[in-house]
Write a protein that binds this ligand. Structure first.
Ligand SMILES: [Fe+2]
Length: 277
């Protein structure tokens, strides 16, 4: 197994590993260490069925129950799909994941990681961008770091300030998704101790103790700072890619920049995280 960094702050490519077969303990440990160090691993050349994918991800953690059951695979409901072939009830095409976000931050224990496995890709485009929130935090002026460190954000399923609308939750999902949760605006990574900005434009409804006139510009400034190109790794998908990323210290976004007559379809599974602190 070879692991090669993609940038000096985020992303590594993994070759010479077949997740469809038993993985030796030594390789599992090396993968885990690379995940904590590089935050995004692109494991090339995989071809996993849903049950194989489920089995493979348990190498790195426990499976998280995703919120919107409408995207669950009927034969393997812990795995959801991402597709460009779904439409809103009014007929508009639904492109999942457009706009910077971190997954399911409206959960009390949001997923540590998200895993995508490419099944069908468009001939070009559809990259996934990642922005490193720890590197971005460290680059903030000291004064801003001190200002935001004690702040607590309110996360909901769909922020009323979000430009991107999500698919509504079916009734069965609503029961287990909290109305709102509170998370710190700056969180510490439980495995490497680094602090990072924890924002999410599609989920944050407000900041405790600040009115919107103060909170929204602050969140806007942080987002603009944190998503500069210098903090990014942009993943160009290849057939057979399995990408796993750390939601605790990254934002990510999809790009609907390809021919929508071409199908883009991936499996998605998430791994359980802890209460952000
Ligand atoms: Fe996402």
């Amino acid at each position: 197994m070879q692991i090669a960094a993609m940038t000096d702050h985020t992303g590594a490519e993994v070759r010479g590993l077949d997740l469809g077969r038993p993985v030796p303990e030594e390789s599992r440990r090396a993968l885990k260490a690379a995940f904590v160090k590089h935050h995004v691993l692109a494991i090339r050349g995989q071809s996993l069925s849903p049950p194989q994918l489920l089995q493979a991800v348990t190498l790195l953690g426990e499976v998280f129950s995703q919120h919107n059951s409408r995207f669950a695979l009927p034969e393997c409901p812990q795995i959801h799909y991402l597709s460009n072939q779904d439409h809103f009830p009014d007929g508009r095409r639904y492109i999942p994941g457009e706009g910077w976000h971190t997954d399911h931050s409206n959960d009390t224990r949001p997923p540590m990681a998200t895993v995508l496995h490419a099944v069908t890709l468009p001939s070009r485009g559809g990259d996934t961008q990642f922005a490193n929130m720890a590197t971005a935090y460290e680059a903030l002026p000291q004064e801003t770091r001190l200002r935001i460190a004690p702040l607590i954000a309110i996360h909901v399923y769909q922020s009323s300030h979000s430009a991107r609308k999500l698919m509504a939750l079916p009734e069965a999902s609503k029961e287990r998704v909290p109305n709102a949760v509170l998370h710190p605006l700056v969180r510490s990574h439980p495995e490497n101790g680094r602090q990072s900005i924890y924002i999410n434009p599609i989920r944050i409804e407000g900041i405790l103790g600040l009115d919107h006139k103060e909170a929204l510009p602050l969140l806007g400034t942080l987002l603009e700072h944190a998503t500069q190109e210098r903090f990014q790794y942009r993943h160009a998908w290849q057939p057979g890619d399995l990408v796993i990323w750390d939601n605790r210290c990254l934002l990510h976004k999809a790009n609907g920049d390809y021919d929508m007559n071409e199908r883009r379809y991936l499996y998605r599974v998430m791994l359980q995280g802890e209460v952000p602190r």
